[in-house]
Ligand binder design. Structure first.
Ligand code: 13P
Length: 255
């Protein structure tokens, strides 16, 4: 069984001080023996990246950003560049979260530019894909996700795929308490692997980490993380509670 990745996406939550406190609480609760078996990552807001980096220093917890801009530097007010993220200790960056697709109108093309910029600067992109409830009900969800992957990975070389992670986050399951069943998650993860295999080859598809995201919590983590093809989780709400987040990490390490 492959080593899993449990990532916390703190979204637009927590002040600077609260972020520091949560990061400290998480690291205090993590058993080093557990951490030998699993990878863990937290993604605070931009303003808290520095303080969280300090709080997780000397631990196995890694740092990720929730977004990135696709230009190197210059007059792009409000944006944050890849080199800025690197300078503050980020190893990962989320690209194409459904909330950014919905509220900020990010397209597959924009997201692809972000993924490419992350790779150029040796940041590991977590490319988020997933269908809306309407798309699932209309049974076009596979096509939607396939397009997100094909366009999101445009011009990404086989060599760069080793550092890329895909997160399948069905929009209808995010923050709703409605999670995909293990079978729904598993079917989509296997489908995503098939799409990646067609784009590249079997070797790339087999090595690719595919996370599930959408209402993962301490209660459902075991069955979701045990589902075939699920290599970890991208967690929103439950990652804001140190006890629950570290419980999920422990569960992931045992599978
Ligand atoms: P929730 O775990 O709150 O449903 O959020 C999932 C998510 O969007 C993680 O990126």
């Amino acid at each position: 069984m492959r080593r899993k990745l449990i990532a916390g996406n703190w979204k637009m939550n927590l002040s600077y001080k609260e972020s520091e406190k949560l990061a400290k609480n998480i690291t205090e609760k993590l058993d080093p023996k557990v951490m030998q078996k699993i990878d863990t990552l937290v993604c605070p807001s931009f303003i808290s990246l520095g303080i969280v980096n300090k709080a997780i220093k000397d631990t196995e917890v890694k740092l990720g950003a929730q977004d990135i801009y696709y230009e190197n530097d210059g007059a792009y007010t409000g944006e944050v560049s890849a080199s800025m993220l690197k300078s503050v200790g980020c190893e990962y960056v989320i690209a194409g979260h459904s909330e950014r697709r919905k509220y900020i109108h990010e397209t597959n093309k924009i997201i692809n530019r972000k993924v490419r910029k992350a790779i150029e600067f040796e940041l590991k992109p977590i490319l988020c894909v997933g269908e809306s409830l309407e798309e699932r009900e209309d049974e076009i969800f596979e096509g939607v996700v396939e397009k997100q992957i094909i366009e999101g990975l445009s011009e990404i070389t086989k060599e760069s795929m080793k550092d890329l992670v895909i997160a399948y986050e069905p929009v209808w399951a995010i923050g709703t308490g409605l999670n995909a069943t293990p079978k729904q998650a598993s079917d989509m993860h296997l489908f995503i692997a098939k799409v990646v295999s067609k784009l590249y080859d079997n070797e790339v598809a087999e090595a690719l980490l595919i996370l599930y995201g959408g209402s993962v919590n301490g209660k459902n983590a075991k069955e979701i993380l045990s589902a075939c093809g699920v290599d970890g989780a991208l967690i929103g709400g439950a990652s804001l509670k140190a006890d629950e987040f570290t419980d999920i990490i422990k569960i992931g390490a045992q599978i």
